[in-house]
Design a protein around this ligand. Structure first.
Ligand code: PLP
Length: 387
């Protein structure tokens, strides 16, 4: 078989590989604490499951519109109005099978040889993977610990040139847990007005997981950018629905017909019944989100203090999401060596920083989407093997 050359440029998300390694050890009888996967450890809300079952009972079994049923798109716009007081036409909303397809389609719409796409580094690995796959030049925004890994508007604007087609941002950020406040995003949005040729993909998938009562600095705050703004969000993280494969995105009007073509060529439409569950999630009570945040707040403190208490480890306080991204080089190991030792000697699965960017050699990512007992035990085991 002769395979396409472009395949050599396609990357992956190593958290899934680490999960496979951890599962293998478990099958050999080892006890593993999983702090590697980026998914909340809660059941999806009961009312969402009920609404989905009802939709199945009611006979929603067939194909539906490729951009999503209108009721679901309207529920998305109602939620955007409620959360951000922004008015969005449901025709600009596309219901997707997860958050990932939005980044796949957005990057494919703009990426080709000669084009440049700016992305956060460290960042969600699929950005760089997909940019490289299209043949575009991947231009990293070096997110620095000295800046709490947060977004630096001047630095980002300085990376833009005539070849730049798309700027990808992710706030709150995976893997660093960094949260950038509205002040900085205002500055960036103001600066972006000078570059009307640059589209923006704002990945806001952690928009409901922000600590210390801070508000989501969404790009919906800037209607002047709407003609080149793509917002990625969804149900996976907010409602603990990662396995449902359900996401939503808002696109500039001019891109809708192209994105719908991608949907038709690729997945046809999102599962009909779960779109009714999706409506129930958006219109229903936020109890699950509130409970999750109560728990995440306690776990964040536990992991932040526990990691900083281990000799050779330094961790900044995460501001959003459910990740801590400590520097571990002080232990005498780089992130890769540290993660390997944690898995094999301490029975704790975590992800090396290099899974999120080549320069993050000194770091590892801990997901604190696990019980306090498991986090405490993991910290205890790691402290033992390190000290
Ligand atoms: N964007 C970021 C930053 C993520 O961390 C993830 C998942 O981990 C996604 C998007 C994709 O979400 P989904 O599981 O809905 O495809």
């Amino acid at each position: 078989m002769k395979l396409a050359k472009s395949l050599e440029r396609l990357g992956t998300e190593s958290a899934f590989k680490i999960l496979a390694d951890a599962k293998k050890l478990e099958s050999e009888g080892r006890k593993i604490i999983h702090l590697s996967l980026g998914q909340p450890d809660f059941k999806s809300p009961d009312h969402v499951v009920k609404a989905t079952k009802k939709a199945l009972d009611d006979g929603h079994h067939g194909y539906v519109l490729p951009n999503g049923i209108i009721e679901c798109r309207e529920a998305v716009t109602r939620k955007i109005k409620k959360l951000y007081n922004s008015d969005i036409d449901p025709e600009r909303v596309i219901i997707m099978p997860g958050g990932k397809p939005t980044m796949y389609y957005a990057i494919t719409l703009f990426g080709e040889p000669g084009a440049e796409i700016i992305y956060p580094d460290p960042g969600f690995p699929i950005y760089e993977s997909m940019i490289n796959y299209t043949g575009a030049k991947a231009v990293p925004i070096n997110m620095l610990e000295s800046n709490d890994f947060s977004i630096n508007p001047e630095k980002i604007l300085s990376l833009i040139n005539n070849n730049t087609r798309l700027l990808i941002l992710n706030n709150p950020n995976n893997p660093t847990g960094a949260f950038t406040d509205k002040n900085k995003i205002d500055q960036l949005a103001e600066g972006l007005k000078k570059f009307p040729h640059v589209a923006i993909l704002s990945d806001e998938i952690y928009s409901r997981q922000i600590f210390d009562e801070k508000k989501m600095p969404t790009f919906f705050n800037y209607p002047e950018l709407y003609d080149r703004l793509i917002v990625l969000d969804g149900w996976s993280k907010a409602y603990s629905m990662t396995g449902w494969r359900l996401g939503w995105s808002v696109w500039p009007e001019s891109l809708i017909e192209h994105v719908i073509k991608f949907c038709v060529n690729n997945h046809s439409c999102v599962n009909a019944a779960i779109q009714y569950g999706a409506i129930a999630a958006l219109d229903g009570p936020d109890d699950t989100i509130n409970l999750m945040m109560e728990k995440f707040t306690k776990r964040r403190k536990l992991i932040y203090e526990g990691l900083n208490d281990i000799k050779g480890i330094e961790c900044v306080m995460p501001g959003g999401g459910f990740y801590a991204f400590p520097k571990v080089i002080g232990t005498g190991m780089n992130g890769k060596e540290f993660a390997k030792k944690c898995l094999h000697d301490a029975g704790v699965a975590i992800v090396p920083g290099t899974a999120f960017g080549k320069k993050a050699t000194d770091y590892v990512r801990f997901s604190f989407a696990a019980s306090q007992d498991n986090i405490s035990k993991a910290l205890e085991n790691i402290k033992k093997i390190i000290e």
